[in-house]
Design a protein around this ligand. Sequence first.
Ligand code: XMP
Length: 498
Amino acid sequence: SGKEIFEDRSCKTGFTYDDLICLPGQISFGVHEVVLESSFTKMIKLKTPIVSSPMDTVTEHKMAIGMALEGGIGVIHNNLTIQEQASEVSMVKKYKSGFITDPVCIQPTMLLSDIDKLAASCGFTGFPVTDDGKMNSRLLGLVTRRDTDFVKNRASITASQIMTDFKDLVTAREGVGSQAANEIIHKTKKGKLPIVSEDGRLVALIARTDLKKSAEFPLATKDAKGQLRVAASIGTRPCDRDRARALVDAGVDAIVVDSSQGDSHFQHDIIRWMKQEFPDLQVVGGNVVTKRQAKHLIDCGVDGLRVGMGIGSICTTQEVCACGRAQASAVYNVAKIAKQHGVPIIADGGIGSPGHIVKAFCLGASAVMCGSLLAGTEESPGEYFFAEGGQRLKRYRGMGSLEAMKKGSDDRYFGSSSVVKVAQGVSGSVQDKGSLRRYVPYLVQGLQHGLQDIGSKSVEDLREQLYSGRLRFELRSAAAQREGGVHGLHSFERKLFG
Ligand code: XMP
């Protein structure tokens, strides 16, 4: 049992997910009957307890929207100015299925030859024309394929010469619901419907093709008003109080205090301040890996705890600082004390497969946080590129890598005032995972299969099994770990799902 492995005082070894294997129980239910609902914080439940990491190659508004639609939640990173981060949050809160809130806009002076290039690079053909080429500015017209087909002299004609002028456009007023917008599109047979504010600014765009695609999201994580939920991270400097205020004004549901070593007076102060200043806000503290660290943050009033130090796929913290803990030991120990105080814990980092997620839950986690696993999806920031062998990849970097710290994330690792910046992370790339629409259901189903094999119908039941000693683990020898992976083949191809 967990107790025998992790509470044996004579054993001073730290264990991680791969050191363990769960022993099977008895199956008396179907795989789709397994309920994964669990807590992200005291007040926020997730039907899919998976969280995307606050990293600049993982979570901005697209990822946060995608995760919330699938029943998880995204934490918008803070390697952005306060205004930029707050606007990422508000894009998630204002999201309505089928509404594009950040359409690519163009200036009236843009040449048709450049519009052609833009259309080829982004794969769509309709562009709103605003007076400065930006969103939230005055809408002047719309350029669609019908306006651009068969036009000659493309290098000398500008958008304003060919666009359908604002006065001839069908538009809808800000605040219109999906159903009403849908009806306008059906009636007018238009491909694009711009949504404008009372003073004529473009606030969103609806594309006919998206409306056709927009399916139901029965698991979506929503607040009482029906808006998607979103979290965001902050640091522990005095200026982070301004950041917290701006995020709360933008409607953030939870703030995650982002520190690699969370048990600091700076973090204690900012948690206490937030809990007092914003009583409705959920506050997640961390990162912690020991019971003592966890207790200090619990005493400050946290609603959730993030667990993991130096074990992420891009981390070098343990190498550089000689500090951290093997993740299975960290999750088990922190979960045990957090449970006594009713605080959910988020197992952060080191998740490389659905099996690792199952193990995190078996050790007492309420949710898992993933970086590398989600960085290669279509919804993460950044463009795909091709490796020499033709593999489609996306960049993924640690927030303590020199590259990310150059942009400002140094507060999490060594403090921005340090003379020399010492990297605590690396920068690399990960494989294309396709869209979250398919990838998250793959993770969810893996998790359901895992729980079914163990004989648990829910995450709650799993926890009950863990603390009553019915859930059994075994440590794996090095040979057993080899045996548990693919072995003995000349070559093989790994496809994740079909
Ligand atoms: P995975 O394994 O999911 O880990 O890619 C993501 C988590 O790693 C942490 N993180 C870092 N840790 N140096 C570190 O030691 C870094 O540069 C770094 N960047 C991110 C973070 O907790 C994240 O959620």
